[in-house]
Design a protein around this ligand. Structure first.
Ligand SMILES: NC(=O)c1ccc[n+]([C@@H]2O[C@H](COP(=O)([O-])OP(=O)(O)OC[C@H]3O[C@@H](n4cnc5c(N)ncnc54)[C@H](O)[C@@H]3O)[C@@H](O)[C@H]2O)c1
Length: 320
């Protein structure tokens, strides 16, 4: 690591930014949060109250956590002493272009500048910036204080030091960073999710399955398999002692005849899928569903890693 991480700035405090805020503070960092939303202070308080039990379940020391989080008047104030900035504003190219040009000017020279962008690669919004060597993608999965993966995706102008710093930073936070060397819209996780989501919408649209039964198919089969061995190792084992080679040469041939369905783009057909999902889950409140999701995900992580994958360290104590 080329520098320690003591002070962080979170730009954009919606779904993702608030979750990062809790995680950063849970690892002992000072967090300065900037967002034009009028209820920012209240949103932070609510999020910290909701997420503190999760952080405790992850084995973090949550003592004094709220005292480390500060509302900043604007982006300039949020980043003035930042070692690391995590951007979580709207998924909009022009917004990210403007913001990162400002960050390069106003954050300290050593600050690592990370974007949570779900689909826009860094090179798309750093092309006009003179020195974009510290800018890269750190794409989390919602909620980032629970789901461990972070896709670290350097752009054309990102330095190797910045890539290593990002890996170090997310590792200190108990995350699992994976470096992806070639930029592609949506990166890896969302491309996989999108491919499956298209097929799921097609199956519901065709009346093959209801949304909740489809979810049961996943949670009681592929979800368990993928959470433990992933896709390729799962298939390597699925081929028996002959492994993935056996699978490709035998079962693979019959699977190759299955062509993925194309979900309809007609608004009325898409609405039918929306209505089916609302029929399946609409009777439960959002808060109730989120609570249930978080409880289950923490239980899965605990089962997989013992301590839900955290390193139990305060990030600022880890210096070299
Ligand atoms: N929601 C997800 O599942 C998810 C997962 C991974 C990554 N992401 C990415 O994270 C980013 C944020 O997504 P989200 O779901 O939290 O969105 P969100 O709409 O919940 O939050 C965005 C926030 O940015 C704020 N904002 C707008 N202009 C701003 C400005 N000038 N300065 C600072 N803040 C500003 C908004 O007030 C809002 O609170 C996006 O790039 C998105 O693609 C989202």
């Amino acid at each position: 690591m080329t520098h320690p991480f003591r002070t962080s700035a979170v730009i954009g405090a919606g779904t993702i930014g608030l979750s990062w805020t809790a995680l950063f503070a849970g690892h002992g960092l000072t967090v300065r949060v900037s967002d034009p939303r009028p209820d920012l202070a209240e949103a932070i308080d609510t999020a910290l109250a909701q997420f503190t039990p999760h952080l405790a379940a992850l084995g973090l020391d949550v003592e004094g956590l709220a005292g480390r989080v500060h509302v900043a008047a604007d982006v300039t104030e949020a980043v003035h002493d930042a070692d690391v900035v995590q951007e979580n504003g709207p998924e909009n190219l022009q917004f990210k272009k403007r913001l990162f040009a400002q960050l390069v000017e106003e954050a300290p020279w050593h600050a690592l500048l990370l974007s949570s962008s779900s689909a826009i690669p860094a090179t798309a919004f750093t092309g006009e910036i003179q020195d974009a060597s510290r800018i890269l993608i750190g794409h989390p999965f919602n909620p980032p204080h629970v789901i461990p993966l972070v896709e670290v995706v350097p752009g054309e102008y990102t330095s190797e030091d910045a890539v290593q710093d990002a890996v170090d930073f997310y590792s200190l936070l108990g995350r699992t960073p994976i470096v992806e060397r070639k930029e592609i819209p949506g990166f890896v996780g969302n491309r996989l999710q999108h491919a499956l989501s298209r097929e799921a919408a097609y199956l519901v649209e065709q009346g093959v399955v209801t949304p909740d039964d489809l979810d049961t198919v996943l949670t009681r089969s592929l979800g368990i398999r993928w959470a433990t061995v992933g896709l390729f190792l799962g298939q390597h084992l699925g081929g028996g002692p002959g492994g993935y080679r056996q699978l490709v040469e035998h079962i693979g041939a019959s699977m190759g005849e299955l062509t993925p369905g194309e979900p309809s783009q007609r608004p009325e057909d898409r609405m039918r899928v929306v209505e089916a999902v609302e029929k399946a889950y609409g009777s439960r409140t959002y808060a109730d569903l989120v609570e249930d999701r978080d409880r289950r995900q923490l239980a899965v992580l605990s089962a997989l890693d013992g301590t839900a994958g955290t390193t139990h360290t305060n990030a600022h104590s880890e210096e070299n």
